[in-house]
Structure formats: C-alpha cells, structure tokens
Design a protein around this ligand. Structure first.
Ligand code: GDP
Length: 449
C-alpha cells in the first residue's frame, strides 16, 4: 500500500485548507516536514493526537498548522493518517502537497481514502456510498437519506435480510445433509413463512426507492393550466426569481421553462408549460402539445385555475387526473375574489386556494407536498436512494420469488435460489462485490474523500 495525499477541502482561497495523508509512511513523511517547538506528531502507543506545528521546506518555514494524527486502525481509512489544517491559500496548499509528494506520498485518486476505509473493513459499501451522497446532497431531505446510509440504518436492514436468508439456507442445508436425522426435519410451511417474511422486507426496501430516488433527483413537476391563470407567476414564486415571463397577454409562455426548487422540503424539477387551449397559432400549438407531454410524464401535476373558470378548466382537470402523476389543483388569484366558491369538481383532487401575487395559501401547499413525498423519512426508516443498491435488491427479490415458486421441488433447488439472493445482498454491503464494481463506485467520489 502506498501513502496517498490530497487536498480535502475545496481548491479556493479560504480561511483554512485541509490536506489529508494516509498510508504506512504517513507519520514519517509528516515528521520530515513538520517542526515542533513543543509537543510532537503522536506519542508511541497513542491512538490519536492534535498538535500545533510549522511546516518547513528545507530551512524555510512556509506555514503554521494544526495537525491531527490518527494511528491505524483508529482512523477513517484504518491506516496511519495525518491531516494538516493549513492556511487556505491556493499556492500554499499546492506547495505543501508537493512537499509531501517529494518525500514519497502520491496524489490520491478520487474516493481513494474512502475506498481504503472500505477495503480495511472500516465501512461497508452502503456507508461509503452514504458519504458520497451526503457530500452531494443539496437540501435537508436528501441529506437525511444520505445520513441513514451513513449511520448504518440501511446497512442494518440489509444485514437483517441477509441473516434471515442465511437462516433459511442453513435449515435447508441441514436437511440436505442429514435427511433422516431429526435435526434436519424441516417443513415446507415453515420455510414458506420464513421466505414470505424476507420477501416482505425486501419489497418494503424496494418500495422505499421510489421516495428515495425522487427526493434525491427531484420530483418531475408540471405547472399546467389555461393561458393567463398565473402559471408563470407561480413558477417565479416557487423559484424566487423572474424565470418565466409574466404578462396579461394570453399565450406568452410558448415553450416549457424549467427550474429546480426546494419546496416543502422536497426538491421539485418544475416545468412551466405553455397555456393549454385550442389555438390556430402554429408556434403556440407546438407549445400546447409539449405541455401535454410534460403533464403525461410528470410525477406531480399542479393544475392551475383562476376565478374566471370555464368548461376548459374542468376538461384539463380530468385530463390531469388521467395521467400517472399525483395531481394537485391550485385555485390561483385568491386575492381577487377571496370568497369565490370552488367548483364541485374541485373535490376530485387535493386542492388549495392560493395567490401567486401575495403568496397566500402556499404554506399549506408546501406542507401537503412534503406529506406526499417525504412522509417516509420522518420515522427514521431505511430509505434506499442509490440505483446500484436498488438493482441488487431487485435481483434478491427475483431470486426469492423463484425460491417460493420452487418450494415443491427438492431443497437443493431452493438453496441455490437462496444462494443467489445472498450473493446479491452481499453486493449491496460489498461483501461479495467485484473489483470492477468497487472501482466504479469510488471513482465517482471527489479527490480527498
Ligand atoms: P400564465 O399565462 O398562466 O403563465 O399566467 P401569468 O403568470 O403570465 O399571469 C397572467 C396575469 O395574471 C398577469 O397579469 C399576472 O400578473 C396575473 N396574476 C397571476 N397570478 C395572480 C394572482 O395571484 N393574483 C392576481 N391578482 N393576479 C395574478
């Protein structure tokens, strides 16, 4: 194992910049560049230590820094590790790094520190992937999901599933090995009950991926409605900027306008669509057809209406309800006619009176959106948001269903299905994962992590 080093903080001018070094020569390389007035890097037998030192390039002192030393295995990577908190100058940090390289360290690859942590048994793959997801998270809900990977909530459920499967397999194997022995006695009903249990746990984790993926990538959301009902005004209210052109002239938004916003603790990838109406204008017609397509593929449809309701509005409401996405009716411009009664058909979907002008009613909409998409997060339950883990879980699910279908066959057939499921579970945690998969996962990390 070589000794690796990299800048762990962003490569910009800042108050401090952290350089991390890990590997068998980390202490000796650090010792060559650090000068102590008092104290030392780490005492013999000490697990970790924080010290204040100067960094020297030959006779020249180039910086003062706080140094954290961790003796393996008591470190993030499991190896001897030194972290230098230097002053955050771009030139300075580059110079310190080059000093370390000149004394035998090499530039760490993206994710190499976390990869070493995984290879040294400090972390399983779900936790390592949680680290990356936490760094990538842009808002509270996605950070919460990442934390549930990082703190082992996801890993724990996966291990419970694995232990359950190992339990069933060992019962069956005992029977295969000692069919006449009493210990090997095993009933199909018992195996079926245990299998059903595991299938249910896997299915619930698979189901959570829908929420997890949506919260990580954003809910595809379409703002639809007749021209002039206030779609663009709402879009601008959501995004806090003037993204869409607002005028009283019908048909201003002729194409779709997109933006990503966090609303009700949920990331929405919002699309403001052209007003849907019958038109002879060729360009507007294309916009209307795009609006319909957006509505069809949306996971959330905000149908916007204004007080001057027409038959077209009800038609649009029904059209939205036919689509696969969740539909919410927004009766806009409530500031104009606050007491305006809502039409009977309003009850066909969750609905809210709002005003894009005053912002009134939007808090209730935000609360509702949160309840639609992030309710599962509140219970601290395991939510899968990682595509790779989900693919593995689908393989577990297929193998277990096959095992259930094969219950009437000989135990060794079921054992072979179970082994396949256990191997797929092992890929999630990293126990049985190939080197290529490991390489792919960690190469997506940033350098220094
Ligand atoms: P779109 O065609 O559906 O995108 O509608 P716009 O957002 O362009 O708005 C059409 C007109 O309605 C503009 O003059 C807006 O200022 C006005 N408008 C939009 N929302 C409201 C609202 O909540 N209250 C009032 N009073 N006017 C609004």
């Amino acid at each position: 194992m070589s000794t690796i080093a990299a800048l762990a903080t962003a490569p910009f001018r800042a108050a401090i910049g952290v350089i991390r070094m890990s590997g068998p020569d980390a202490f000796s390389i650090a010792g060559q560049v650090l000068r102590y007035a008092n104290g030392c890097l780490i005492e013999e037998g000490q697990k970790r230590n924080v010290s204040f030192a100067r960094i020297a390039d030959g006779d020249e002192i180039i910086d003062e820094c706080v140094v954290c030393a961790f003796r393996g295995p008591h470190s993030y990577t499991g190896e001897d590790t030194v972290e230098f908190s230097c002053h955050g100058g771009v030139y300075l940090l580059d110079r310190v790094l080059r000093l370390l390289f000149a004394r035998g360290a090499r530039q760490a690859e993206g994710g190499e520190f976390t990869k070493r942590a995984f290879l040294n048994g400090k972390s399983d793959l779900t936790r390592a992937e949680g680290v990356m997801d936490l760094i990538d998270s842009e808002y509270a809900a996605s950070a919460r999901i990442a934390m549930s990977e990082l703190d082992g909530t996801v890993g724990k459920v996966i291990l419970e599933i694995r232990d359950g499967l190992l339990g069933i397999a060992s019962k069956l194997l005992a029977y295969v090995d000692y069919p006449d022995d009493e210990i090997g006695e095993v009933s199909t009903d018992e195996i079926q009950a245990l299998l059903e249990n595991s299938i249910r746990s896997v299915a619930s984790l698979c189901d959570s991926y829908c929420t997890g993926r949506i919260l990580k990538e954003g809910v595809k959301t379409a703002l639809c409605g007749r021209p002039n009902v206030g779609k663009s005004s709402l879009m601008n209210l959501f995004s806090g900027t003037d993204r869409s052109i607002v005028t009283e002239i019908a048909g201003t938004t002729r194409d779709t306008v997109e933006d990503t916003v966090v609303f009700g603790d949920v990331k929405l990838t919002l699309t403001d669509t052209a007003g849907i109406r019958d038109t002879d204008d060729r360009v507007e017609k294309i916009g209307v057809s795009r609006a319909r397509k957006e509505m069809e593929k949306a996971e959330l449809i905000f149908c916007v209406f204004s007080p001057d309701l027409t038959a077209e509005d009800e038609k649009l409401a029904d059209e939205a309800l036919q689509c696969q996405g969740k539909t919410v009716f927004l009766f806009n411009k409530s500031d104009l006619l606050p007491q305006n009664p809502l039409p009977k058909w309003a009850d066909k979907a969750p609905h809210f009176s709002v005003s894009a002008k005053t912002g009134e009613g939007m808090d209730a909409v935000a609360k509702f959106v949160k309840s639609l998409f992030s309710a599962e997060l509140s219970g601290g339950s395991a939510v899968i948001s990682n595509g790779r883990q989900y693919q593995c879980l689908c393989r577990v699910q297929r193998a277990l269903r096959r095992a259930r279908e094969n219950l009437s066959l000989t135990p060794d057939v079921i054992v072979s299905d179970l082994e396949e499921a256990i191997a797929a579970v092992g890929e999630i945690t990293g126990e049985t994962v190939s080197e290529q998969v490991i390489h792919e996962i960690f190469s997506r990390f940033c350098v220094g992590k």
